[in-house]
Each structure stands twice: as C-alpha cells, then as structure tokens.
Design a protein around this ligand. Structure first.
Ligand SMILES: Cc1ncc(C[n+]2csc(CCOP(=O)(O)OP(=O)(O)O)c2C)c(N)n1
Length: 334
C-alpha cells in the first residue's frame, strides 16, 4: 500500500490541470485525425491519464522518462510545450523531429524524454542504460520506463528487469495494464493475475495499484522513486486501467463488450479525482473555469501553431540523424 501523499494545495490543483490538459489534447487529436489533419496513427490514452500524470508529476528535469506509443500525457507533464507536440503530430518542421516522423517516436533530451521505437519493450533497456549513466556520474536521478502488459511478454523487458536488479539501478518500471494488447485480452496472454508479481522473481518490489486513482499512482511512484534515489534499486509499478478508444483511432474495438466499456467509463479517473478535490474544498467553480479556459487557449494556440508551421524540405530528412561528430551543440531533439 503506498504511503499517503502529502502535496501542497497548489500541487493538488496542478495535478487536475494536467489530467484535464491530457484529456483535452487527446480528444482534440481524435477530431483532428478524423479531419485528416494529422499525419499517421493516433494511439489514444484517454481513460489512462491518471497513470501518466501520477507517475511523472514531481520528477526532476534531469530525470528521464521512456514512454511508449500511448503515453502522450507523460510528454506534457514532463514539460513538453503543447504546441511542439501538436506540430509533431502534424508532421511539421517545428515539431520534435522536425517533420521526420509523427506522433511519439521522438523525444527531447533537454527535458529528459526519450522517444520510443516501434518495437515494444525496447525502451526498457534504454532506461537501464540511462540509469547506469547516472550511476557512473554519481547522480541520484531516476529513469522511468513505461510499457503495456502486451509488451511485458517481450524478451527485452525480462533482460532489462534482470539487469536493473543485478546492478540496483535507479529505474522505475511502470506497467500500464489496460487489459488488452490490441485485441488480445489479458487472460489469453498471462497465466497469472497481474504483471507486478513477476518483480519478486527478479529480486525487487512489485506493486499493484488501481491506475485510475491518481493519488494512489502518485504515492506508489513517489515510494519507488525515493527508493531508486537512495540507491536501493528498481521497482515495478503495475497500474490497472482501461483504454476508452480502440488500439488506434481506426480500430472500433469490437473485441470488447459494451458492458465492459461502460463499466470502465464509469470509473473515469478525472471525476474521481475531482470528487477528492471537492471534498477538500479546492475545486471551486472559479478554479474549474480558470483551468478550462487556460487549457482551451493552450490547445487553440497549439493547433494554430501547428497548422501555420512549415512543412520540412526534402533534404532536411538527412539532418540530425547522427550526434555531432565534433561533440558540438546538440539541440536535444530527435
Ligand atoms: C515487439 C513488438 N511486437 C508487436 C508489435 C505490434 N504491436 C504494436 S502495439 C501492440 C499492442 C501493445 O499492447 P500493450 O503493450 O498492452 O500496450 P497498449 O497498446 O495496450 O497500450 C502490438 C502487438 C510491436 N510494435 N512490437
């Protein structure tokens, strides 16, 4: 059971801002995708926001996150400006990869964000490498790697967990268990009831939290992060949740029942957290309106910025492919 989180009132409200920003950003993306304005696929994390916000809120700039395809909220909480992220999905030159790809395959080393490859699970060994670097430089920063329960059965994941355990690396492995890997239900891919139980076999703690409860996720993550900073090694935090949309926006998710979908929709992480804030008297109508207005403006500005941004020129595809040979300035984006 995670310890009780003690956060200042301003932080508690800021957490709601991040939940609502992630939701609003992804809802807008869904519409933009249907309008044909977005390049490539969109892998919506709507319904899972409490995990990204709870895990990343409070991380240092120097800490690194290694998110996967559904973890857009993590980019925003780690400090990625919405307009840069929007330009990325529009495939524009002002986006993260300057138009080389779309969606979440790019990161920004200045913000501590590593873009993912398409190979599920390949981000976990990368997180181990980053944490090993922290060890060599005697820094108490942490690396947080996200993966789905589908990715959990890939060999890279096992290798990374074993390596992190043996070397007591400052890594937190966050398994976003949304019960389906594309159309494969959890019970068709696992003979156990959860992924967290595996941690014991590697030799570090595994924690199972309800992923729609922001404060529970944040509490479990704060414990795991503190342990990592103390040099005591990795933790596996499994967060059970459900994705509301299909695997990607073209997928109608007909492999799930309507009852299951409605049941999980009624467990929306945002009203759950809002009820908590209300009970504490922190979510007055004024605060709610101010947050909504701010988010609406930020998203409008982001869409406008993306739409007005230039497309990349062909030869630019060959720029920024390798690290500068002279060790010179690196703008951090890949
Ligand atoms: C190694 C590997 N195997 C298969 C795929 C194809 N693939 C992409 S996403 C996906 C489902 C992933 O499910 P999960 O890891 O649970 O994450 P979720 O999409 O549910 O967030 C699959 C099978 C891939 N990209 N990489």
């Amino acid at each position: 059971m995670p310890r009780t989180v003690s956060l200042k009132h301003a932080d508690l409200v800021q957490l709601l801002y991040h939940l609502r920003l992630s939701r609003a950003f992804e809802e807008r993306l869904s519409v933009l995708h249907r309008q044909g304005k977005v390049i490539g696929g969109i892998f919506s994390g709507i319904g899972q926001e409490a995990i990204m916000v709870g895990a990343c809120y409070g991380l240092r700039r120097e800490d690194f996150i290694c998110p996967l395809h559904r973890d857009l909220g993590a980019f925003l909480v780690k400090g990625m400006p919405p307009k840069i992220l929007m330009a990325q999905v529009f495939g524009r030159r002002t986006g993260l990869s300057k138009g080389k790809d779309s969606y979440l395959h790019s990161g920004d080393s200045r913000l501590g964000i590593v873009g993912s490859t398409s190979m599920l699970g390949s981000n976990l060994p990368v997180a181990c490498g980053i944490a090993y670097g922290f060890r060599l430089r005697r820094q108490d920063h942490v690396a947080v790697a996200f993966f789905g329960e589908g990715a959990a059965n890939v060999g890279d994941v096992h290798e990374a967990m074993n390596f992190a355990a043996v070397h007591k690396l400052a890594v937190v492995f966050v398994c976003v268990n949304n019960l389906y890997a594309y159309s494969t239900p959890f019970e068709k891919a696992f003979a156990i009831s959860g992924v967290a139980a595996r941690a014991q076999a590697y030799g570090f703690p595994g924690v199972d939290v309800y992923g729609n409860d922001l404060l529970r996720v944040h509490g479990a993550m704060q414990d795991a992060i503190a342990r990592a900073r103390r040099g005591e090694g990795p933790t596996l935090v499994e967060c059970k949740t459900f994705r509301w949309h299909g695997h990607s926006e073209h997928d109608k998710a007909s492999y799930r029942t309507q009852e299951e979908f409605l049941e999980w929709k009624s467990r929306d992480p945002i009203p759950l957290y809002e009820r908590y804030l209300n009970e504490k008297g922190l979510l007055t109508p004024d605060v709610g309106r101010r947050l909504d207005k701010q988010i609406e403006e930020e998203i409008e500005e982001a869409v406008l910025f993306a739409e007005e941004s230039p497309w990349p020129e062909g030869p630019e595809a060959l720029e920024d492919i390798y690290a500068p040979a002279d060790g010179g300035a690196d703008d951090g984006q890949r």
